[in-house]
Design a protein around this ligand. Sequence first.
Ligand SMILES: O=C(O)c1cc(=O)[nH]c(=O)n1[C@@H]1O[C@H](COP(=O)(O)O)[C@@H](O)[C@H]1O
Length: 270
Amino acid sequence: MTFGEKLAKAVAAHGPLCVGIDPHPSLLDAWGLSRTAEGLERFALTAVEAFGGKVSMVKPQAAFFEAHGSRGVAVLERVIAELRDSGTLVLVDAKRGDIGSTMAAYAEAYLGDGSPLAGDAVTLSPFLGFGSLQPALDTARATGRGVFVLALTSNPEGAQVQRTVAPDGRTVAQTIIDFATARNSGISPCGDVGLVVGATIGETDVDLAGFNGPILAPGFGAQGGSVADLKRLFGPDMRNVFPTSSRDVLKHGPDVSSLVSAVRRVQESL
Ligand SMILES: O=C(O)c1cc(=O)[nH]c(=O)n1[C@@H]1O[C@H](COP(=O)(O)O)[C@@H](O)[C@H]1O
């Protein structure tokens, strides 16, 4: 199956909501867990129990696992394996990006068959040039996985770079969108190159009309983005838009049934 086919199947079963697993130290405290690899593991596996098989996609944030060194990375590997076993798509949020020859190694790590860090997709940063991501785009295509490339991020500082106008008159964000659009062209039901467009970006002057791929919309929930913002940005049917929320759901833990109820409430609001 292509990544687009996997996404379509997941959305038909569970709707578009993506839930993030972001084990912030303050959330470990709130859940009564220690700020150690053991606390991290308990947190992450509780989240897997709550979200696995209930949402279309789960997005573990690699940074919070890496903060615990090799033991934290081992927990991330387990989270990826258990979510995939539950039938839930896994988007590993690692925001990788480097020169092409190094990118090939990141591609193998996050998108290669048999790699313990490979989920179903990975987030990528295109600011070394969209073309530098080519090894990841090729590996994703070859293994039926996907990538989500940063275009307009949810943080206020993103505009400093992403809304800069290039010599050809397009913004940096539009340039990235146009590369992604070209890569996905003609693929049904949708392409394997996704974009990240934050729910908090306010008015957008970019053109997404021809874009035939999934859009991850972070900033929904804890950063202030609402359902109304999503509809204003992406249109009322929000086709191929995957709103993603981490803290706003995770704050309902550690009780699994409270986490599940929180997920259900957000799914209904969408
Ligand atoms: O790629 C991302 O997921 C991402 C892009 C972006 O523009 N903004 C953004 O917040 N994120 C990630 O989405 C998550 C948001 O978490 P909450 O604000 O707790 O919902 C974090 O893991 C961020 O790293």
